[in-house]
Write a protein that binds this ligand. Structure first.
Ligand code: HEC
Ligand code: HEC
Ligand code: HEC
Ligand code: HEC
Ligand code: HEC
Ligand code: HEC
Ligand code: HEC
Ligand code: HEC
Ligand code: HEC
Length: 568
């Protein structure tokens, strides 16, 4: 069975039923052909045709008597095949005829004479379709006959597509018409009807992952969002001249890929041959890609898992303590160190943080929207062919990079900020505190240990942002400069950059939610929110705690607190 996989619409179903009723009524009177056979021999041909069951008189009205009446109109196919007629009238050919173009085909040109009509589903008819269309579209037909599909068809392989499998048969539309199955927006589905079919792929020994890997590629994702400038199957494979990658004439023959990608990516593949384009996860993928995936698939659950344990334990501990102490406000009952308010963030730091928040969440939103364009939260970004998403993503990226740069510079030029920043340099004590707190939070240790004001919690947060920012900026720039990259470096670099960019984004987003949101929102000590990012002053009060370790405070910081101890 060939895969003629189009699903009929409701209209087609109704038309089909009507046709069936008409057809059933005409076949009922098929017995009377003998009356005509006395003088006509058409019956012999008709018997071998698809119309064998149709009575002469059903098509030829008013011919029962002889001599026949004059001016009887010729049988119209539409009399019984209204559905096909309607489709035909909508298509380019019907329109052309309507506008007086005599060169366009009518029913009989494609189907042959009514008396000798072949079943369209028969191998004989199908195999002749390229020839039929080729009567007028001879260039295309000649190309097609040399293509892998055309050759397969010539060998009698009925699973190979003929013209009408891609174009439709009656409502053939111009390729530029958005409703056409060969329009750029639909090429993927048209090819996927067969190449997304695992059985067919297996039968012909074709890789079964082509559609999946295309969908996962940047081209596929952007196309799904409505982008029409990215490559679809036909941009790389050609259309009527599709050939296997092993054929030197093929657009995807390794040596021709520079030209094929070069249509859109100037200079692509000039230096390094373009390798593997359909990159399928887990199947024959380049080693570096596998390493990246395996690394993150290990690191993400491990990191986030430990964070969940740590914070979950912390939350439970505080909950029990609050119940024991009776008052939720317990944690607010500390004191403020005399003289210095509990300032956590200087003004310039708050501005940086604000811009970071804004750009970070915009990046997360617009980034994951590319990967998951069907989600409700992504759809609002997808108008104008999804181009809005890309623009917003890039604007946010520029803001993000500017903040990062401003942060680095500010530490060089401003002593005050530098001194404050020094509190975030990790020390051995952080390690000890982290272990002790973790042990306490998960119940291994019973006495609450002390914690520095700028503790491992803030430090882990800060350095994770620094690391994440570096990784995302570097890989993001590589992706942004994809044309240059394709021209200068092996394609696998871009594949690796894409993969790292994605996984690191997942890690960063989860870490912000699980780690940072806990400490600044859900931690009972600060709930509903630590407003330090707005006011500069933390709502956390300093708890008088006998178990607090000594302060190794060296240099006092103006206007911001030093490392005091918060017991929690
Ligand atoms: C007695 C002999 C005879 C019988 C019976 C007969 N025909 Fe004809 N038919 C002719 C002749 C002779 C012509 C050519 C002269 C003409 O056009 O009248 C013809 C012409 C035709 C034509 C072509 C011209 C046109 O009118 O469209 C059709 C179609 C046709 N017949 C259909 C039929 C059908 C259907 C039957 C059976 C219901 C039938 N005939 C029965 C003798 C006969
Ligand atoms: C499915 C409809 C259909 C059936 C059934 C049918 N015909 Fe025809 N017939 C046509 C059409 C269409 C033409 C071509 C009209 C034209 O272009 O002049 C035609 C033409 C003819 C002609 C004119 C000469 C020719 O061969 O072109 C004759 C005679 C004829 N038919 C007889 C018959 C007889 C006898 C039968 C039954 C055995 C029959 N037809 C069954 C549709 C039909
Ligand atoms: C009087 C009604 C009638 C007319 C007029 C008629 N057909 Fe048919 N046609 C039928 C019937 C009934 C069948 C179904 C026969 C069957 O399936 O056994 C059929 C079958 C067909 C089929 C094969 C469908 C399939 O699924 O295999 C094609 C193609 C076809 N017709 C084309 C035409 C064309 C082209 C014309 C005009 C020249 C035409 N028909 C005129 C009644 C008609
Ligand atoms: C450009 C060529 C072309 C023209 C013009 C054309 N057909 Fe077809 N038709 C086809 C092909 C190809 C198929 C087989 C489709 C398939 O593979 O299932 C077909 C199938 C059919 C079928 C079988 C049922 C179906 O829809 O698949 C009928 C009936 C039919 N055509 C009737 C008509 C009628 C009536 C007209 C004129 C209004 C017409 N065709 C015009 C090419 C054409
Ligand atoms: C594998 C699917 C497929 C098959 C099979 C196919 N086409 Fe096409 N065809 C397309 C696509 C896709 C386009 C649009 C190309 C573009 O956008 O430039 C197209 C465009 C066309 C065009 C208009 C543009 C041009 O190149 O002239 C014609 C005419 C055409 N095809 C005819 C045919 C004919 C005739 C056959 C059979 C011999 C055929 N096609 C087989 C997919 C196919
Ligand atoms: C008898 C000649 C003839 C036959 C046979 C024919 N076509 Fe056409 N086709 C035309 C003409 C004429 C036009 C141009 C219509 C126009 O420009 O308005 C056309 C237009 C087209 C177009 C639109 C081209 C574009 O602008 O994108 C496609 C696609 C197409 N045909 C496909 C086919 C297919 C597939 C077949 C076979 C099933 C076929 N044609 C059979 C004459 C033919
Ligand atoms: C109707 C089903 C069908 C459709 C639609 C179809 N193909 Fe194919 N394609 C096949 C079959 C079957 C083969 C295998 C032919 C063979 O090996 O003899 C094939 C082979 C190929 C090959 C060569 C594979 C190889 O290594 O031999 C490529 C490339 C290809 N198709 C791409 C496409 C593209 C691109 C499209 C869409 C524009 C498309 N096909 C549409 C059925 C289809
Ligand atoms: C960006 C260009 C590009 C796009 C888009 C693309 N392909 Fe490919 N395709 C290739 C290249 C290059 C190969 C050769 C093997 C490889 O590098 O993975 C290939 C291989 C294939 C093969 C195996 C043929 C062979 O001889 O190796 C099939 C089948 C195929 N692609 C189908 C599709 C389908 C279906 C689509 C759309 C869903 C599609 N391709 C989209 C470039 C592309
Ligand atoms: C029809 C035009 C077209 C063709 C042909 C094409 N591309 Fe692209 N490709 C694009 C567009 C447009 C973008 C998006 C560029 C952007 O937004 O910066 C893109 C983006 C890319 C990206 C970067 C996105 C990412 O995250 O990885 C890569 C890599 C890429 N293409 C590789 C290829 C390769 C390899 C080929 C040839 C096998 C190819 N392209 C063929 C249009 C095309």
């Amino acid at each position: 069975m060939p895969f003629r996989g189009r699903v009929p619409g409701a209209g087609a179903v109704v038309a089909g039923l009507l046709t069936w009723v008409v057809l059933a009524s005409v076949t009922a009177s098929a017995a009377d052909n003998s009356a005509c056979a006395a003088c006509h021999d058409q019956g012999a041909k008709l018997e071998k045709s698809a119309h064998a069951s149709v009575a002469c008189a059903s098509c030829h009205l008013k011919h029962d008597g002889y001599p026949h009446p004059a001016n009887v109109p010729k049988p119209a196919c539409s009399q019984c095949h209204q559905g096909q007629e309607t489709d035909y009238e909508r298509g380019v050919h019907g329109q052309a005829v309507k506008h007086g173009n005599a060169a366009a085909p009518g029913c009989d040109l494609c189907h042959g004479a009514a008396h000798e009509l072949l079943r369209p589903k028969s191998a004989e008819f199908q195999a002749k379709v390229p020839e039929t269309c080729g009567m007028c579209h001879s260039d295309v037909a000649a190309q097609f006959q040399n293509s892998v599909h055309g050759k397969a068809l010539a060998k009698g392989i009925m699973d190979a597509p003929v013209c009408t499998d891609c174009h439709g048969e009656h409502s053939i539309l111009a390729a530029s018409n958005e409703a056409s199955p060969v329009h750029g927006d639909h090429v993927r589905e048209t090819c996927a009807n067969c190449h997304g079919n695992v059985q067919l792929s297996r039968r012909f020994g074709l890789p079964a992952d082509r559609v999946v890997s295309f969908d996962a590629s940047f081209h596929g994702l952007a196309a799904k969002a409505g982008n029409q400038t990215v490559a679809n199957c036909a941009s790389c494979h050609g259309v009527h001249n599709i050939l296997p990658s092993s054929d030197p004439r093929s657009t995807i023959y390794p040596k021709n890929l520079a030209a094929t990608c070069g249509k859109c990516h100037q200079g692509a593949g000039k230096r390094f041959a373009i390798s593997q384009v359909h990159v399928a996860e887990g199947r024959a993928e380049a080693a570096p890609l596998r390493w990246v995936r395996q690394f993150y698939l290990l690191v993400i659950p491990l990191t986030i898992g430990l964070m969940l344990l740590h914070n979950g334990g912390d939350w439970l501990r505080k909950l029990f303590r609050m119940r024991g102490d009776g008052a939720a406000a317990r944690f607010r009952d500390g004191f403020e160190a005399p003289g210095t308010p509990n300032v956590r963030m200087l003004r310039f730091e708050r501005i940086q943080h604000g811009l970071l928040v804004l750009s970070f969440f915009t990046l997360v939103w617009t980034g994951f929207a590319l990967k998951y364009p069907d989600q409700w939260w992504a759809r609002s970004l997808m108008f104008r062919e999804g181009s809005l998403r890309g623009v917003v993503h890039r604007v946010a990226a520029v803001v993000f990079m500017a903040v990062t740069l401003a942060h680095g510079l500010s530490l060089v030029v401003d002593r005050r900020l530098r001194l404050h920043w020094k509190h975030l340099i990790p020390t051995v004590r952080d390690g000890r505190e982290a272990l002790a707190n973790f042990a306490y939070n998960v119940g291994i240790r019973s006495a609450p240990p002390g914690r520095s004001a700028h503790s491992y919690i803030e430090k882990a947060e800060y350095w994770a942002v620094v690391w994440g920012a570096m990784v995302m900026i570097l890989t993001g720039l590589l992706l942004w400069g994809n044309n240059l990259m394709l021209a200068m470096f092996p394609k696998v670099w871009l594949d690796v950059a894409t993969s790292v960019h994605f996984y690191e984004a997942v890690l960063a987003t989860l870490a912000i939610v699980v780690w940072h949101f806990y400490t600044v929102i859900f931690d009972p000590e600060v709930y509903p929110m630590d407003t330090a990012w707005l006011t500069g002053v933390s709502v956390k009060k300093i708890q008088p705690s006998p178990s607090a370790p000594e302060l190794p405070e060296t240099e006092p910081v103006p206007a911001a607190t030093g490392d005091r101890i918060i017991s929690s």
